[in-house]
Design a binder for this molecule. Structure first.
Ligand code: HEM
Length: 414
């Protein structure tokens, strides 16, 4: 993840000139401009062929809710095994293909997913959710009535990784090392780290999971690593690579996206004070507020697939082998599905956003992601009286993640 303070990048008026691979396209000064752009794609060019850029192949971009949903559902004609985000799709594949859930398909994907699902059921997660709630309230009590602090650093950074460690029952004495390695992996895209350091840190994480899986095989618990290490498919254990890649996928899937949603929730209250007042007054439920935060923030802007056969969508043929990208960030603001889509309405219902995807790859951590946000919103309602902005929020520089890496604020106690 990279962060930026770069100045606004003017969006081209010609849709053919828009570059969806360039992070600067998404870091515009005014989010309304980006919404206008997506609206134009939905109405003028819903099945858009994006030109090849920088020596990489061209690809299709789907922006209407209906089309995005149709591809998410259709894993028989669209595969994830050659990558599921632009960065890997354009490079021709993902090294974890066929081993890690997000980039596997078919019977093997279903079988590994079923094994992992046991540790992701609301009942199995009861204890993890309790810890999320406790951690959120503890962190909040430490920042209340401070003159100012960076919400991203003081709160949002700690909750998702803490939750993932709880889910995997990482022993307390190992957690700091895991957090440090993960930071090194993430800082590779910023000016702070190098690609070599990131590669080494990623290997440390994979080695750590390999050791942990070995010890869980001997002494299993009810955590997700034990489920992977002791699970069998058709009478055979998972391979070492399947176990460690799927452990790692929880960090890839659950850390940054949850952080973006959490920071976006606080920013949403700052930018829409009437929504904060309504929420604080109990006029809006935590559940409906959570769904609107998820729609509004859409942390994972896109996912993608490759067509396995020729497929017709809205009168255009996508040839077999082509890359198709699904723009959640546009689908979640499609006026055919969401009434008054650009209004931030914490009481919105129905709210069938695609923030967690849909179909066979529907986010495995959706329940947990929702619980993290609910814990934050409930704690803020109980403990915070007023929210004061204390400086500029800093945007993340990415063509995949939407959100902020820094948010200076002050919380006054209730
Ligand atoms: C607000 C937070 C989150 C967002 C926006 C999000 C979004 C998504 C989306 C859109 C997908 C579908 C990808 C595709 O179709 O190619 C996905 C898959 C996945 N997510 Fe999440 N996610 C979040 C939180 C989490 C958490 C907390 C975890 C784990 C602890 C997690 C683990 C996963 C995994 C393992 C998959 C792959 C599932 C599969 O392919 O069967 N996610 N996520």
């Amino acid at each position: 993840m990279t962060t930026t303070t770069e100045t606004a990048h003017a969006l081209p008026t010609d849709l053919d000139a828009v570059d969806l691979t360039d992070p600067r396209t998404f870091v515009t000064g005014d989010p309304a401009e980006l919404h206008d752009l997506w609206q134009r794609f939905r109405t003028e060019r819903p099945v858009h062929h994006h030109r090849a850029t920088g020596g990489l192949p061209g690809f299709w971009a789907l922006t209407r809710y209906e089309d995005v949903m149709a591809v998410y559902k259709d894993s028989s004609r669209f595969t994830s095994e050659r990558g599921n985000v632009l960065s890997t799709l354009l490079q021709g594949g993902d090294s974890a293909a066929g081993k890690m859930l997000a980039v596997s398909d078919g019977a093997r994907h279903r079988a590994i997913r079923n094994l992992m699902l046991k540790s992701f059921s609301p009942r199995a997660l009861g204890h993890v959710v309790e810890q999320v709630r406790g951690r959120t309230r503890d962190l909040l009590s430490q920042v209340l009535d401070r003159d100012g602090f960076d919400y991203a650093e003081a709160m949002a950074e700690h909750i998702p990784m803490g939750t993932i460690c709880d889910l995997m029952a990482v022993p307390p004495q190992d957690r700091q090392a895991l957090l440090d390695w993960n930071k090194q992996v993430l800082s590779a895209d910023s000016s702070e780290g190098t690609a070599d350091e990131a590669w080494l840190a990623r290997n440390e994480i994979l080695l750590y999971f390999s050791d942990l899986a070995r010890s869980r095989r001997k002494n299993p618990g009810d955590d997700v690593i034990s489920a992977l290490a002791t699970g069998e498919i058709e009478g055979r254990p998972l391979t070492e690579e399947e176990i460690i890649f799927n452990c790692y996928s929880l960090i890839i899937g659950g850390d940054e996206s949850s952080r973006m949603a959490s920071i976006g929730a606080v920013l949403g209250f700052i930018e829409h004070p009437e929504q904060w007042r309504a929420f604080k007054a109990g006029e809006v439920t935590v559940d409906s507020a959570t769904e609107e935060v998820l729609r509004w923030t859409t942390p994972a802007m896109h996912f993608g697939r490759r067509a396995l056969v020729d497929v017709e969508i809205a009168g255009r043929t996508i040839p077999a082998g082509d890359i198709v990208t699904l723009w959640n960030t546009s689908a979640n603001f499609d006026g055919d599905v969401f009434a008054d889509p650009r209004s931030y309405d914490l009481a919105r219902t129905p709210n069938k956003h695609v923030t967690f995807g849909f179909g066979p790859h529907f986010c495995l951590g959706a329940f947990l992601g929702r619980e993290e946000l609910k814990a934050l919103l409930a704690a803020m309602r109980d403990m915070v009286g007023a929210i004061e902005p204390k400086g500029e929020a800093r945007r993340v520089y990415s063509n995949f993640l939407y959100g902020y890496s820094s948010l200076p604020v002050a919380f006054r106690g209730a």
